[in-house]
Design a protein around this ligand. Structure first.
Ligand SMILES: NC(=O)c1ccc[n+]([C@@H]2O[C@H](COP(=O)([O-])OP(=O)(O)OC[C@H]3O[C@@H](n4cnc5c(N)ncnc54)[C@H](O)[C@@H]3O)[C@@H](O)[C@H]2O)c1
Length: 444
C-alpha cells in the first residue's frame, strides 16, 4: 500500500550513457573476485548471484497491481557491458596473478577470463606501512607531501578516464584495513584537512588521500573497509560542496550479516540476550593484516557496534542491559579465504529460562563481498545521476558500520535497511513508497 507521496517534482535521474569506470584502491582478493565475476557473467559463464542490482525485483504500487520489475529494469543503472576496471596496489601483480595468489577462485573459473584479468595492472599506490604494518610493496608512488601524492591520484583518475573514453567513474575502497584512527581537528573542516595534508600529518591516512582525490574529481566514493577514510566532517563537507555521493564503512558479508539477521529476530519476539560470543579463523591476506592488533582494533570497533543499535538496551533494559559481546579473529593460514565463524548466542525466554543458539558459518568472504562491490558501484553511479550527494544512508544495507549524519544512530537491521534501499529507489523514480499498511481493508 502507498504511503507518503512520490518524488514530486524531482527531475528524473540522468540516463546511464557511455562507459563507467570502476576504480578500486586495492587489487586483492575482493577486487579480483569482483572483476573476474563480472567478466565471467559478461561472457555468459556465470550468474550474478548475490547481487540486488542484477537479480532482485522491486514491487511497485499495490499488491493487486502485480508490478514487480527487476531493479535493473526499473532504475537506469549502468550495464555490465559498459564497466571498465582499474585499480591501485602496492603489490605490482596484475589481476590474474593477484587472483591466483588470493586463492578464492579455482583455475577452471579463472582460465576462461585469464586474458582479461592479465591486462589489468595496478597503478602505483599511495601506500605507507605505518598504516598497514603487515604489508610491504614496491609499486608505490613517491611525493614531496601527502597533498602531492593525492594530486598524483587525481591525475591517475583523469588519465584513466581519458584513456578508456569513459563517461563517468566510481571508486570503491577494496584495500587493506588501516590502523585505527579517531577523527581529530585535522578532519574537522576541509581547510584543516588540506593543511594537514600539506604538513604530512600522521592523522591523514592513505585511504583519505584516495577519498579526497575522488571527491575532487567528482567521483563517488564507497569505503569497503572499516577505516575512517571518508567518514569525517571535512570530507563530508567536500562531498556535499562538490555534489558527490559517499558511503561506507566495511562490507557487511559473513558473520556480521548473520548478526543483523538474527538480532532483529530476537528483538521482534522480545527475547532477551545474555551474551554473544563470535570467533573466526581465516587465512587470507586480510586475515594476516588483521592479525596486527592496530588493524584489528579498527575491525573490532566496526563489528561491535552492530548489536547495541539493533537491540536498543536503553529502550529495553529488562532484555538487553549489559549483555556481553566478544568478537575474535584468528589468522590461520590453512583456511585461506574460506573463513569459518562460530557464534554462541545466549538468549533468555519466558520466566528467565536460558537457551542457546549456535551458528557455524563456513563462508567464503570474497564470494560474499564481490556482488556488494558491484551493487555499490552501480548504485553510487546512479545516485550521482539522480542528484544525490553526501552520505548515502540508503546503502547502509551493504555495510557493517554504516555512515550516518552527525548525531544520528546508523540503522543496522538488515530488513529495515532493505526497505530503506527499495523505498529510496521508488522515491527517486517517482513511485509511491511502500509501507505494507494495507489500508484498503480498513473501514474509513
Ligand atoms: N572479504 C570480505 O568479506 C570483506 C568484508 C568486509 C570488509 N573487507 C575489507 O575489504 C578489504 C579487502 O579485502 P581483501 O580480502 O581483498 O584483502 P586483500 O589483502 O586480499 O587485498 C587488499 C589489497 O589492498 C592492497 N593495499 C593495501 N594498502 C593499499 C593502499 N594504500 N593502496 C592501494 N592498495 C593497497 C594490498 O596490497 C592488497 O593487495 C579489506 O580492508 C577488508 O577488511 C572484506
Amino acid at each position: 500500500m502507498q504511503a507518503s507521496s512520490s518524488a514530486g517534482n524531482r527531475p528524473a535521474p540522468r540516463p546511464a550513457t557511455g562507459r563507467l569506470g570502476v576504480l578500486t584502491p586495492g587489487l586483492g582478493a575482493v577486487a579480483t573476485t569482483f572483476i573476474a565475476g563480472v567478466e565471467s557473467i559478461r561472457r555468459g559463464l556465470s550468474k550474478p548471484i548475490g547481487s540486488l542490482t542484477q537479480m532482485a525485483t522491486i514491487r511497485l504500487g499495490k499488491r493487486t497491481d502485480k508490478r514487480s520489475p527487476f531493479i535493473k529494469e526499473f532504475v537506469p543503472l549502468a550495464r555490465l557491458d559498459d564497466l571498465v576496471f582499474g585499480g591501485w596496489d602496492p603489490i605490482p601483480d596484475d589481476a590474474l596473478t593477484a587472483a591466483r595468489k588470493a586463492g578464492v577462485l579455482q583455475e577452471k573459473d579463472l582460465e576462461p577470463v585469464a586474458d582479461f584479468l592479465a591486462a589489468i595492472k595496478p597503478m602505483p599506490a599511495v601506500f605507507d606501512q605505518k598504516y598497514v604494518s603487515r604489508l610491504s610493496g614496491t609499486n608505490v608512488k613517491k611525493g614531496k607531501s601527502k597533498r602531492d601524492l593525492a594530486e598524483q591520484l587525481r591525475q591517475d583518475i583523469r588519465d584513466f578516464k581519458a584513456r578508456h573514453k569513459l563517461d563517468r567513474l566510481v571508486m570503491v575502497w577494496c584495500a587493506s584495513t588501516e590502523v585505527y584512527i579517531k577523527a581529530g581537528p585535522q578532519h574537522a573542516t576541509i581547510e584543516q584537512f588540506e593543511k594537514a595534508m600539506d604538513r604530512n600529518d600522521e592523522a591523514i591516512a592513505p585511504s583519505m588521500l584516495y577519498a579526497w582525490a575522488a571527491i575532487m574529481e567528482g567521483v563517488p566514493f564507497a569505503n569497503g573497509a572499516p577505516n575512517l577514510t571518508v567518514d569525517t566532517p571535512a570530507l563530508l563537507q567536500l562531498a556535499i560542496a562538490r555534489g558527490v555521493p559517499i558511503c561506507g564503512k566495511d562490507f557487511k558479508t559473513g558473520q556480521t550479516w548473520m548478526k543483523t539477521v538474527i538480532a532483529p529476530g530476537l528483538k521482534a519476539r522480545m527475547l532477551g540476550l545474555e551474551g554473544w560470543y563470535s570467533t573466526n579463523i581465516l587465512g587470507n591476506r586480510d586475515g594476516e593484516v588483521l592479525d596486527d592488533p592496530a588493524s584489528f582494533k579498527t575491525k573490532e570497533e566496526s563489528k561491535l557496534s552492530v548489536l547495541h543499535t539493533i537491540l536498543q538496551p536503553e529502550l529495553y533494559p529488562d532484555l538487553y542491559n549489559g549483555f556481553s559481546h566478544v568478537v575474535r579473529i584468528n589468522y590461520y593460514p590453512p583456511r585461506g579465504d574460506n573463513k569459518e565463524g562460530w557464534d554462541n548466542i545466549d538468549i533468555v525466554g519466558w520466566m528467565g529460562y536460558p537457551m542457546q543458539i549456535k551458528v557455524n558459518f563456513l563462508c567464503r568472504d570474497s564470494i560474499l563481498a564481490a556482488p556488494i562491490v558491484l551493487d555499490l558501484a552501480l548504485f553510487m553511479d546512479f545516485a550521482q545521476r539522480a542528484g544525490m550527494k553526501g552520505i548515502q544512508e540508503w546503502l547502509s544495507f551493504y555495510f557493517k558500520s554504516p555512515m550516518a549524519a552527525q548525531g544520528l544512530q546508523p540503522e543496522h537491521d538488515l530488513f529495515i535497511q532493505q526497505t530503506k534501499l527499495k523505498n529510496t529507489l521508488r522515491h527517486l523514480m517517482g513511485e509511491d513508497q511502500i509501507t505494507h499498511l494495507g489500508l484498503e481493508y480498513y473501514p474509513s
